[in-house]
Design a protein around this ligand. Structure first.
Ligand code: UDX
Length: 445
């Protein structure tokens, strides 16, 4: 099948590569010519495990083609995937849908054969129906039909989530659109992927509801962490115990610094803003609480760090391990780790940040922090280590070896990622968010 993919950010680039991997003829388009050239040369504009390897594989088949010519991208395609971003609007919580609008308008302008426009971007509920109505008023109304097929991929697991999704959602207005989407994803459907056909609005709702639920689950366990800290209970054990209940489930119950990234924070705010427009703000007031609990975790980490430094950050050296919003990603959008680093810097600490992948992205938004090439460099002579993103290499740090590197053996584990007993046994004072403080059980030499 001949497919166009409009937008080659995280979602679009991964989708284009996976569609070509599944055997389709794909032309991927972006207004950012530098990004297109980079992808065409086989280099990834972002870090995603397995992506560059699959890009190389599909480029050699000749089935994937990158272009900055909209006509070339759209011409002759039977399916047009809209994969552009919907960032938070400046000055409001609502989603900015201008890139989606222009992508659909561009497809309508250049389409020269019958095709299905398939929205994948996360949009305010009602956007698909509006776009469908707008398409009906264009010269391409006889050629194009609109559908919505939300994307659920996670950064760091994007290839796996695209090729082995938990479910496929087809928001359509005709049987022809449903059949076309079944054809696009035939290999996944044959492999047993559950697929549901819905109307346009339900398809949009599935995405925002799923992200709201995930955010709520994380904030739920973080609210429990706040209470655990007051009664000397252990939120990690609590999460494990809750998870054995199959109705609750263990996933997304990891207490710590909370959620960040380009999706969950923005999407719950945009959903609340949309509910307000629809006259349903009462239905989603809990999402405001979810957001507040999440932000409080970052503040709590900064407060605990200050206390561990004796109440005064000024002149103290602090290593912040992690800048990405989660491990296996170089994405620093709304990163809790970077927020904590910046807040400690503002309080006068000399903050050294390390991250295996995200340093150049972090430098672009927080240029005044000090960035280190190695974990050892970041931790040398510090008064406190803050573990802020649970990369494997941080979880594997040897507290015995690092004891002689630092000025004060103090660790704030904001992700509940390390073996506390082992660290305190090696002479460290450890504070784990939601679990509290532990003093060293051996005297440091
Ligand atoms: C999310 C959704 O999972 C995905 O389905 C959607 O398509 C896009 O948004 P992503 O932003 O890649 O994906 O990250 P995710 O793995 O969901 O993690 C989001 C944040 O929550 C991270 O900052 C992570 O550290 C945090 N998190 C996750 C927790 O704090 N605790 C958990 O138990 C799980």
């Amino acid at each position: 099948m001949r497919i166009s993919v409009v937008g080659t950010g995280y979602l679009g680039a991964v989708h284009a590569v996976c569609m070509a991997h599944l055997g389709h003829e794909v032309s991927a388009y972006d207004t950012d010519a530098a990004k297109i050239d980079r992808l065409a040369s086989g280099a990834s504009p972002f870090y995603e495990p397995g992506f560059e390897e699959m890009l190389a594989e599909v480029l050699t088949t000749g089935r994937l083609h990158f272009t900055h010519d909209p006509k070339e991208a759209v011409s002759g395609a039977a399916v047009h995937f809209v994969c552009v971003g919907t960032p938070q609007s400046p000055g409001s919580n609502a989603a900015d849908v201008r890139y989606v609008n222009s992508a659909v308008a561009m497809i309508a302008e250049h389409a020269d054969s019958p095709g299905l426009v398939v929205g994948k971007s996360t949009v305010p509920v009602g956007t698909a129906q509006r776009l469908s109505d707008e398409l009906a008023g264009t010269a391409a109304s006889d050629l194009l039909e609109l559908s919505w097929n939300p994307e659920f991929l996670r950064e760091g697991k994007a290839i796996e989530d695209t090729l082995h999704p938990d479910r496929l959602i087809f928001g359509v207005t005709s049987e022809h659109a449903e059949k076309t989407l079944q054809q696009v994803y035939s290999r996944l459907i044959e492999a047993g992927t559950p697929h549901l056909t819905t109307d346009l609005a339900t398809a949009e709702m599935v995405k925002v509801a799923a992200n709201s639920f995930l955010a709520t689950k994380i904030s739920f366990i973080n609210a429990m962490a706040e209470v655990c800290e007051l009664v000397n209970a252990d939120v990690v054990t609590l999460g494990r115990a809750l998870g054995y209940d199959e109705r609750i489930g263990r996933k997304f119950l990891n207490a710590g610094l909370g959620f960040g990234g380009g999706c969950l924070p923005k999407d719950i705010r945009a959903f609340s803003a949309r509910a307000g427009e629809l006259g349903a703000s009462d239905s989603l007031t809990f999402l405001h609480e979810v957001d507040k609990i999440n932000v409080r975790r970052r503040e709590k980490a900064v407060t605990v760090a200050g206390a561990m430094l004796g109440g005064d950050c000024l002149g103290k050296n602090v290593a912040v391990l992690g800048a990405a919003f989660k491990p296996n990603s170089d994405d620093v959008r709304d990163s809790p780790a970077l927020n904590v680093a910046a807040a400690l810097h503002l309080k006068g600490a000399d903050v050294r940040v390390h991250d295996p992948r995200a340093i150049s992205n972090a430098k672009a938004i927080f240029p005044t922090l000090t960035y280190c090439e190695t974990v050892e460099d970041a931790c040398r002579n510090v008064d406190l280590i803050v573990l802020a993103t649970e990369w494997d290499e941080y979880c594997a740090i040897d507290p015995v070896a690092f004891r002689s590197l630092v000025r004060q053996p103090r660790l704030l584990d904001t992700r509940n990622a390390i073996d506390r007993d082992y660290w305190v046994g090696a002479g460290w004072s450890v504070y784990a968010l939601g679990r509290g403080a532990m003093a060293p059980t051996t005297k440091a030499e």
